[in-house]
Design a protein. Structure first.
Length: 390
């Protein structure tokens, strides 16, 4: 057993990358616990394992005390007895006695087996966790394995199973066994049952990673994807920016004859992509975000810096709002502004009503002022003369 155990430790260290000292420490703790349980021993025992020879020993630790101070013979030894062992002992020293039972080998072997199996399991879990933790927020290709009421199960490379919640599944997709799909690793949990990997097809970052695969300028950072607003399976808006004045960031993502963006659209089952340029001018950025609608004016709310009113031509109103408000909704999420869209005619009518209301208010204020002033009556000449005679 001793030779086999040493070989097992060598294999754990070399093949699984498990620190030998960690296994030895765990094994010694297991031996100590097994001895105490089997022999109802006191707490003052130590288990040692020689990882070179594979030998296991149990030792009882006793504290050297003055003869008159002896209280517990199981944990203490009188000085006179200690001096018989070695004349150098003094009160306060510890002496270790070998109490390894003759039949301890079978028990030790069982404890060693349990420790090794446990450490292998822990090492495997940790290796899986470390591997897929590095993949977090990255795309990986997996194979659909099965599906139940809670999850879609996807087998990743290395025979590692991942789960996809219903909210992470594309509403326009039907998944069949053995379908190969690209997923985004969006969460890795290291639970007591082992690592659990969550993947997604609806996360906005999936769009970003797909463009990184298709567009070298995005991958190397020449073109930056600043923001993404997505309604998975239907439509996404992407804001892009570049420091290179000679490069069109929108054109870089679209590609020649739309080849680059079409590759992403195909991967996402026909999801529409609106790619707009991010600019520092917030009004222009909001106008860009409402693409493909034309924008006449962007008016910021003086009482709410994150709220704007956007004016569009009458024939562009439905286009700016989009089907079921989708275009306006995505533009608001892309820019971070609350957007109220009005047609030019409606804006003019509101402006006229506001002007008339202001004019009416001004007139009313003027009347109030005039009424509060006391009238000055003209002087009566005859009365004045009478007053003078008096």
């Amino acid at each position: 057993m001793s030779k086999e155990l040493v070989q097992a430790l060598d294999a754990l260290e070399q093949e699984r990358g498990i620190d030998r000292a960690v296994v030895v420490e765990a094994l010694e703790n297991a031996l100590k616990a097994a001895y105490k349980k089997q022999y109802n021993a006191a707490q003052n025992v130590e288990a040692t394992f020689d990882d070179k020879k594979g030998q296991m020993t149990i030792k009882q630790v006793k504290l050297v005390v003055l003869d008159d101070d002896l209280v517990d013979p199981d944990t203490e030894i009188p000085l006179t007895e200690a001096l018989e062992i070695n004349k150098a002992y003094e009160p306060g020293d510890e002496i270790r006695f070998d109490v390894t039972p003759k039949d301890f080998g079978r028990m030790a072997a069982q404890a060693a087996k349990q420790v090794i199996v446990q450490k292998m399991r822990e090492a495997t879990r940790q290796a899986i966790y470390d591997k897929y933790q590095d993949y977090q927020d990255e795309i990986i290709t997996g194979e659909v394995e099965r599906q139940d009421n809670r999850f879609l199960y996807v087998m990743l490379p290395g025979k590692q199973e991942a789960v996809m919640t219903q909210g992470d599944q594309m509403p326009n997709e039907t998944y069949r066994m053995r379908d190969r799909i690209k997923v985004l690793v969006n969460k890795v949990d290291n639970s007591l049952k082992g690592p659990q990997i969550f993947v997604s097809r609806t996360a906005p970052d999936l769009v970003k990673r797909l463009f990184e695969q298709e567009v070298p300028e995005v991958y190397d950072g020449t073109v930056e994807i600043v923001s993404i607003a997505r309604e998975a399976g239907d439509r996404s808006k992407i804001a892009v920016y570049t420091h290179d004045a000679d490069l069109d960031p929108v054109g870089a993502l679209v590609g020649q004859r739309g080849a680059r963006v079409q590759a992403v659209v195909t991967e996402l089952g026909g999801e529409h992509m609106d790619i707009v340029e991010w600019v520092e001018d917030e009004a222009q950025y909001i106008a860009n975000a409402l693409n493909p609608a034309e924008v006449t004016d962007v008016i910021f709310d003086a009482n709410n810096e994150q709220s704007v009113t956007v004016i569009v031509p009458d024939d562009q109103l439905s286009l700016a709002i989009g089907k079921k408000g989708q275009n306006a909704r995505l533009a608001a999420r892309l820019t971070g502004f609350k957007i109220d869209i009005k047609a030019e005619s409606e804006a003019r009518d509101l402006a006229v009503e506001k002007a008339e209301a202001n004019e009416t208010a001004d007139t009313a204020d003027q009347v109030v002022v005039e009424e509060t002033q006391a009238p000055v009556e003209p002087a009566d000449d005859n009365q004045a003369a009478t007053d003078q005679e008096d």
